[in-house]
Design a binder for this molecule. Structure first.
Ligand SMILES: O=c1ccn([C@@H]2O[C@H](COP(=O)(O)OP(=O)(O)O[C@H]3OC[C@@H](O)[C@H](O)[C@H]3O)[C@@H](O)[C@H]2O)c(=O)[nH]1
Length: 328
């Protein structure tokens, strides 16, 4: 029998920010891609350019419900609202997506003998007391605060992945994704990069929450997609968890100044109250990713990535976009 080069790959959250980039890349490589999304924060327009391809299929489905599919080789489990405002809008629903979604997709992976990747998060480290964050740091996470539905949901999903692996031998991969940005971010996503760019382009006030001295490390989406693909296809059965992020760290005030400069905006900066449990600093240690993922490291630095993202936002017709919730 001829060796089949292309794989059948399920991407949950495939119409979302990250999922749409992943689907585009996998379809372009000739794989048979099934995109599942409930379209809560995902958008059909993100995958519109794939709809007429023979090797792409879109299914509107919520992974909190079981899904039966045959012949899968790989699953990328990306489905979950990721912006704090939107994941806190229905916190019980978010936790169900993390936990029931993980169980349903793990069972599907087991049934198919597929390798499954979990999109985990730097939020597993909570408001970290270790800096930069290494994978063996167990985190400083509130289990009762408003972020817990996501932080603890994602932590529980990691637990389920490892238990499935230990109980059933399911082939698992876990990446902990640090703040990521790029085209296809929802204009009303509510996270800092999309907010600042949207505000700057419209000449509206730039909303810094708190004093702006908190830090984040911003990864351009293409670098993340490369890391995820290398992770799923690694032949050492390296499960992770592995950090993927860009270790260059910026204060939120610095980000605001860069966005204002790159957009030639006349927007003013205003300060608003800091969200509860907002992490004070965040930066990935990517030593493990470099070692295990064939020397992977980010190739696109902040200004270059922001220019591409600003260009995307400048061409959006905002009258065609509906905020997923009022929290943006
Ligand atoms: O308009 C805004 C939005 C956000 N911010 C601040 O910018 C920082 C980053 O906030 P974001 O909402 O973009 O993202 P966070 O880092 O808080 O959470 C993210 O972390 C990693 C991912 O897993 C998730 O996508 C998300 O939870 C925070 O300090 C936030 O308070 C602003 O100052 N103004």
């Amino acid at each position: 029998m001829a060796d089949i080069q292309f794989k059948r790959i399920l991407v949950t959250g495939g119409a979302g920010f990250l999922g749409s980039h992943l689907c585009t890349r996998l379809v372009g490589e000739g794989h048979d891609v099934i995109c599942v999304d409930n379209l809560f924060t995902g958008q059909k327009s993100n995958v519109a350019h794939l709809m007429d391809k023979d090797n792409f299929e879109f299914i509107r489905h919520d992974i909190r419900e079981p899904l039966q599919l045959e012949g899968l080789d790989q699953i990328y489990n990306l489905a979950c609202p990721a912006a704090p405002g939107h994941y806190q809008w229905d916190p019980i629903g978010t936790m169900k997506t993390c936990i029931l979604g993980a169980i349903n997709m793990l069972d599907l992976a087991k049934y198919n003998g597929a390798t499954i990747l979990q999109a985990s998060t730097s939020e597993c480290y909570g408001d970290p007391l270790v800096h930069p964050q290494t994978e063996d740091y167990r985190g400083n996470v509130s289990c009762t605060g408003p972020r817990a539905c996501y932080d603890e949901g994602k932590r529980a999903a990691e637990t389920l992945f490892f238990d499935h692996n230990r109980m059933h031998g399911t082939k698992i991969r876990i990446v902990r994704i640090f703040n990521t940005y790029g085209p296809n971010l929802h204009p009303y996503d509510g996270r800092v990069v999309s907010n600042f760019i949207r505000q700057a382009l419209a000449g509206e006030d730039i909303t810094i929450y708190g004093d702006g001295q908190q830090t984040r490390s911003f990864q351009y989406v293409d670098d993340l997609i490369e890391a995820m693909i290398r992770m799923v296809n690694n032949e050492d059965d390296f499960t992770g968890p592995v950090n993927t992020g860009n270790p260059h760290e910026f204060t939120i005030r610095e980000l605001a100044d860069i966005v204002i400069r790159l957009t030639n905006s006349e927007s003013k900066i205003v300060h608003m109250p800091a969200p509860v449990d907002d992490p004070v600093m965040r930066r990935p240690d990517i030593t493990l990713a470099k070692e295990k993922l064939g020397g992977w490291e980010p190739t696109i630095q902040l200004e270059e990535g922001l220019v591409k993202t600003i260009e995307y936002f400048a061409n959006l017709d905002l009258t065609k976009w509906r905020p997923p919730t009022k929290n943006y």
